[in-house]
Design a protein around this ligand. Sequence first.
Ligand code: ACO
Length: 324
Amino acid sequence: MNAYIAGVGHHVPDKVLTNTDLEKMVDTSDEWIRTRSGIIERRVSEPDIPTSDLAILAAQRALKSAKISPKDLQMIIVATATPDMFFPSTACLVQAKLGARKIMSFDIGAGCSGWLYALSVAEGFIKKGYDNILVIGAEELTKITDYTDRSTCILLGDAAGAAILKRTDEDRGILSTYFAADGSYGDLLYMPAGGTRMPPSHESIDNKMHYLKMQGNEVFKVAVRAMYESAHEVLKKAHLKPGDVAFLIPHQANIRIIEATAKRLHIPMDRVGINLDRYGNTSAASIPISLDEAVQSGKIKKGDIICLVAFGAGFTWGGVLLRW
Ligand code: ACO
């Protein structure tokens, strides 16, 4: 029994924040942002629109593309680092808003690797006999962004992507997975307050502790190594080589991380999914968005080998290899 992706969908908010807009907010330049990160613009959700609303729109498109209804779903998993609230989980909010049956629904927190982690958990349930699992990556990072910190505010955007995972007897779908985490790097990319370590207080707000903090250059070094390792491991497990990969979809944090990963794998950039130029870093949403764009534009065809790799807060990293 294999698990394959039967439908994909994504949604981004309408509001665009360009590099030129950011030039008016912090000491930066369009040229610096483009050359250091590859980002030109990103999307920002409205203040009264929570993450679950983006998730719903992406989910509805994925359901349509898989030609199933919310009533057919047997499980909902939402990967997010920016849930509507601590509890209930964003997945439960999505279950109710979608009108799904009373099915198992839960969130996964693995930073930017979250959607791949969720896909692999869903695959485990498919192998146990489940079918029609909705796997969403949804984020509103702009709501935890400090727009006075030029080193992070230029990077982040809001978006959601979703896929429907189904059972099949055919030789297609997920071929191999590989995952890892190293919590000793936790303080290089984190949000200090709001949890039990530093509950919300006047002081935590005054000290801007409810925003994402990142030591970008330290994260960068580990990211390149981890993304390559993830691709290498999933290919090795499936007895395939980088030359077999028709399309590489990496997490969208920085074009230089993506280029370095593709170069080490000898995969040309025209076979690599890119959306960070338009959407910035959308964390758990970046890979399903890229997958949907590649399917819609005909860059992915039936039978193609697709390699998905991610790296994020935790640190977490990993990969999923698919036959489309
Ligand atoms: N505009 C102009 N100058 C800037 C800006 C800016 N927006 N931001 C930083 N600088 C300056 C710094 O102050 C520094 O100046 P100094 O040399 O005078 O001290 C200089 O530029 C270089 O700073 P670095 O941080 O070393 O720049 P770097 O080339 O590393 O690029 C970046 C920064 C884009 C953040 C990069 O490090 C990066 O992409 N890191 C990885 C991010 C990542 O992978 N995150 C994981 C996933 S994210 C998630 O999970 C939500």
